[in-house]
Design a protein around this ligand. Structure first.
Ligand SMILES: *[C@@H]1O[C@H](CO)[C@@H](O)[C@H](O)[C@H]1NC(C)=O
Ligand SMILES: *[C@@H]1O[C@H](CO)[C@@H](O)[C@H](O)[C@H]1NC(C)=O
Length: 527
């Protein structure tokens, strides 16, 4: 009896020393398209796995594995789509690898097709074990691009587009950060790469909406959001948008003035801050938090931009310092429409990172320029053709002001925008890595729009001053954020013994007196 027991015990002991179980994490693994992922798998109790057979395979593809290890090396038997992108790896830095029974799989350059079940199968001489796990693939799409289109009834149809998502994102519209707006429609398209492009639109009245945001999100919680300031765009539905704009601004100014007087008066009477009783207060705070762009933050990415003399169009003139460009007085613009060929290019080439520059479009005491085109162009594309060829796929990304024809970007098909005001100072932020080109109205501290794209190779700044404007196009020297208050206050303190004759304007301090009148206009729209 005792001997049987001992025999059983010995038997059991021998069994466990050569048998093992395969262990994988309980939770599914989530990874982005294009990234590298490790699918952890190990044997327990830990034992040297170098002499074992390790087979990673998908679904029922046992004989067509993702990776097959036998006779102490990885074998050639492999599903073709995993060639050169699968390997055995350590599931953590502490792991001793195969020697410690770690048989984790590393997969590179993930695609949507990699989503699904993976089996980790390990087999020894007298025993084997297998476990499965789920790999989920996600792709965070591009930042949504918003386009407002004025409707005849004075409202605005805003469309929101984004691509490169997996799986399908959830679309959410909000106005003024709070109210959820119902989308008028959502359509999704699946590309050849299996990724989703989403287009949604909604109709708002720009009179009772300040900020509209469109966000697209994945179940993982990752999301992309874009916002549009409705006050920066007005309806051009009427026959004369400029007239409508003038009256809108006039009425706003008057209402705002009345509002400001009442506000101050009440403040004096009660002697306390009217935060509780005034929607203006909350509104202003809101604007500060989300509506106003922090230009100082953008200027942290400021680059010195100069114009490349070598590739300058012969009908353009530039200053000695390569900062100011305008059309030559002799140039006779005969053709119709915007003179796209009058291009100047930046001397600086960008292949990564964030870069910011500012352009002045109005000299003191002259109205803002009517004609300009500003953006970036793929390096080497120095011959601008006709408008239909000026698309992102041909290496052109820009915002163009074409006088009465309004503003448009180099999208395909082209979309016309109605900006409330012609910017006097335009900020351009190139985010090469994220594939975004953003434009800002620096004086109003407003984000105008962001183009989403994918840059390849090097890109250079693009400038076109148009024809016939009084003001030239001036590339500004952006001060570094910390220095700006000092720099701008100095000319006031120092006696003008040394004339400030730099042709290049310094960006004004952000708290300039003209701007204090700005909340006046904004407030009234909420009054
Ligand atoms: C894998 O790499 C080898 C050599 O590096 C190369 O010849 C082969 O074309 C690659 N195969 C695939 C499917 O990429
Ligand atoms: C809004 O614009 C989209 C296209 O962006 C269009 O499909 C939709 O019909 C428009 N809606 C209205 C009410 O005009």
């Amino acid at each position: 009896m005792l001997s049987i027991f001992i025999a059983l015990l010995v038997n059991l002991f021998i069994e466990t020393s050569v048998s093992f179980t395969v262990v994988v994490p309980r939770d599914q693994i989530v990874a982005h398209v294009g990234s590298t992922v490790t699918l952890p798998c190990w044997i327990s109790p830990p034992e040297n796995a170098e002499a074992l057979e390790i087979r990673w395979y998908r679904h029922d593809q046992f004989s067509n594995p993702v990776l097959f290890y036998q006779h102490e090396k990885i074998q050639d038997l492999q599903e073709e789509s995993y060639r050169n992108r699968s390997s055995l790896t350590r599931c953590s830095g502490q792991s001793g690898g195969l020697k410690d029974g770690d048989v984790s799989l590393q997969l590179e350059k993930l695609t949507v097709q990699d989503e699904g079940l993976f089996h980790c199968y390990v087999s020894g001489e007298s025993t084997y074990g297998s476990q499965e796990m789920v790999l989920k693939i996600t792709a965070l799409g591009s930042a949504p691009v918003l386009f407002p289109q004025p409707l005849d009834d004075g409202r605005v149809n805003i469309s929101c587009r984004s691509s490169g998502w997996y799986p399908e994102p959830n679309v959410m519209w909000r106005s003024d950060e709070r109210t959820v707006l119902h989308p008028g429609g959502v359509s999704r398209r699946r590309g050849v790469d299996e990724m989703f492009s989403v287009h949604s639109w909604t109709v708002v009245s720009h009179l009772d909406t300040q900020l509209v945001s469109c966000s697209m999100s994945l179940k993982t919680g990752e999301f992309r959001e874009s916002r549009i300031d409705m006050q920066a765009f007005i309806s051009s539905g009427s026959s004369d948008p400029w007239k409508a704009l003038f009256f809108t601004l006039l009425i706003c100014a008057l209402l705002g003035l009345v509002g400001l007087i009442l506000y101050k008066y009440r403040h004096k009477l009660t002697g306390k801050k009217p935060a509780d009783q005034n929607c203006e207060h909350g509104g202003m705070e809101n604007r500060k938090a989300v509506g106003d762009v922090n230009i100082e933050e953008l200027r942290k990415h400021a680059d010195q931009i100069t114009i490349d003399r070598e590739h300058l169009h012969p009908d353009l003139k530039i200053t000695e310092d390569c900062k100011i460009v305008r059309d030559s007085p002799d140039y006779n613009h005969t053709g119709e429409g915007f003179p796209y060929q009058l291009c100047a290019f930046g001397d600086q080439r960008f292949t990564s990172g964030r870069h910011y520059w500012e352009v002045s479009l109005a000299r003191e005491k002259t109205p803002p320029k009517n004609y300009w085109l500003i953006g970036v162009v793929k390096h080497g594309d120095f011959t601008a053709k006709d408008r239909s060829a000026l698309t992102p796929s041909n290496g052109f990304w820009f915002l163009c002001s074409d006088g009465r024809n309004g503003f448009y970007i180099s999208s395909d098909p082209s979309v016309t925008l109605s900006l409330a005001q012609s910017p006097e100072r335009l900020g351009v932020l190139l985010d090469y890595d994220d594939g975004q080109l953003s434009f800002y109205n620096v004086k109003e501290k407003k984000h105008l729009l962001t183009m989403s794209t994918r840059f390849t190779g090097s890109v250079v700044p693009l400038f076109n001053p148009g024809v016939g404007d009084l003001s030239p196009l001036i590339i500004l020297d952006c001060p570094k954020p910390e220095e700006s208050p000092v720099e701008s206050s100095q000319p006031l303190l120092i006696n003008s013994s040394k004339p400030e004759e730099s042709p290049v304007e310094k960006p004004e301090p952000i708290e300039s007196p003209e701007e204090s009148s700005q909340p006046l206009l904004n407030n009234s729209s909420e009054a």
